[in-house]
Design a protein around this ligand. Structure first.
Ligand code: APR
Ligand code: PHB
Length: 394
């Protein structure tokens, strides 16, 4: 069966779904192809921190109603080391900008509902997506849906299929450069049924490694522990996790970790990754397929949003005014922000984790950086401006 659309989008993650909605707002037709089921997309636990710009965009598009009701606005974060907490007043340092804690899968539920309610096409459970003729003016996608072989003819293809997606492979090797860094640690992430232990996120550096206290709702808390990336989660009993959290987060003050049943636990690898350029012919890459950051700076989802905002704008000017300059500049425009976020995420990661091969000198360097960040207003402001997110026009 043959179909046609203006923009064929691979992947119904934050990048693909938001792109389809941004395009629809400009009267541009798209079809989203997603390999997983709707249920799986809507329930997989991923990130949870939305930058001010991401929140503003969702609101402006009329997609922020539930986020406003159920999300939590935070005005600061805590950096904790040597048994003491130090607040970084994000809003005070950034002209009132904030972050919003609202789980990624809830954002996805809102985006999917909005797209389907307005008659948009999202095909879930598609198999074997293949890209053809991406360097021509009529690129095509072939895939299997409900046991039927399909072909989708497009003007453009947006590869929004995440780090393990297929679209990146359509960039000829001769034109691409890949940048990768693996970190010698992973994050053990848990969901705990407990009230929040803190009003704001806590990033803790300790001799025993990094710990992070985040939240999902008043009843559900998200926490992370630095661990060996090759560890088997089966080796971590709930008791061990709780004890390690207590030890790494211990303060000399009154603070106490509020605990409850752990309902989910898993280990994630940490890496930095960028492919350049993010475009070839009529194929445009957006989000995790083109770049990965370690989660320490909470940038992954927000970078995906910034990419598709640029892409939607560039496509709009192409269709409305036959302009190609923004499409041609897409990769360069996105990569400026991508590399800023790559640096910020690497910097936060390097400052807050114990490295297996570190020596006393490196530890003193980390401590000096932490102290500077919490004692100097200029240093704290730099962290804050990156954390709440630089303007889209960056
Ligand atoms: N065919 C169709 N769909 C695919 C394929 C494929 N071959 N491969 C992957 N997908 C789908 C995945 O199932 C997923 O739903 O593409 C989607 C990609 O979504 P994400 O991985 O969420 O990536 P992205 O939209 O770029 O979102 C940015 O930021 O918070 C971080 O990593 C986190 O997911 C987040 C990301
Ligand atoms: C999360 O809540 O999942 C989270 C928060 C902050 C981070 C990373 C992840 O830096």
């Amino acid at each position: 069966m043959n179909m046609r659309t203006q923009v064929g989008i691979i992947g119904a993650g934050p990048a693909g779904l938001l792109l389809s909605l941004l395009l629809a707002r400009e009267g541009i037709d798209s079809i989203v192809l997603e390999s997983r089921s709707r249920e799986e997309v809507e329930t997989t636990i991923r990130a949870g921190v939305l930058e001010q710009g991401t929140v503003n965009l969702l609101m402006e598009m009329g997609l922020g109603e539930r986020m406003q009701r159920e999300g939590a606005v935070h005005h600061g974060i805590e950096l904790r080391f040597d048994g003491e907490g130090h607040r970084i007043p994000l809003s005070e340092l950034t002209n009132g900008r904030t972050i919003t804690l609202y789980p990624q899968h809830e954002v996805l539920r809102d985006l999917i509902a909005a797209r389907l309610n307005h008659g948009g096409h999202i095909l879930f459970n598609v198999k074997d997506v293949q890209l053809f003729d991406v360097s021509s003016h009529q690129p095509r996608l072939q895939f299997v849906h409900e046991h039927e072989q399909m072909e989708l003819q497009c003007d453009f293809i947006a590869g929004c299929d995440g780090f393990h997606g297929v679209s990146r492979a359509s960039l000829p090797e001769a034109i691409q450069t890949v940048f990768t860094r693996f970190y010698p640690f992973g994050w053990l992430g848990i969901l705990m049924q407990a009230p929040p232990s803190s009003q704001e996120l806590i990033y803790a550096y300790s001799e025993r490694g990094f710990a992070l206290v985040s939240t999902r709702s008043p009843e559900l808390q998200r926490m992370y522990l630095q661990c060996d990336p090759n560890d088997d989660i089966a080796h971590w009993s709930d008791e061990m996790i709780l004890e390690e959290l207590q030890l790494r987060l211990a303060t000399r003050g009154q603070w106490q970790l509020r605990i409850g049943p752990i309902i989910q636990k898993s280990i994630l690898a940490m890496r930095s990754f960028v492919i350049e350029p993010m475009q070839y012919g009529r194929l445009f890459l957006a989000g995790d397929v083109a770049h990965i950051v370690p989660p320490t700076g909470a940038k992954g989802l927000n970078l995906a949003v910034a990419d598709v905002r640029h892409l939607a704008h560039a496509l709009t000017l192409f269709y409305k005014e036959e302009r190609t300059d923004l499409l041609e500049a897409y990769s360069t425009t996105c990569l400026r922000r991508v590399w800023r976020a790559e640096h910020f995420s690497w910097w936060m990661t390097s400052m807050l984790h114990r490295f297996p091969d570190d020596d006393p000198f490196q530890q003193r360097m980390q401590r000096a950086q932490l102290e500077y960040t919490v004692r100097s207003r200029a240093a704290a402001a730099s962290l804050a401006e990156n954390y709440v997110g630089l303007p889209f026009e960056w």
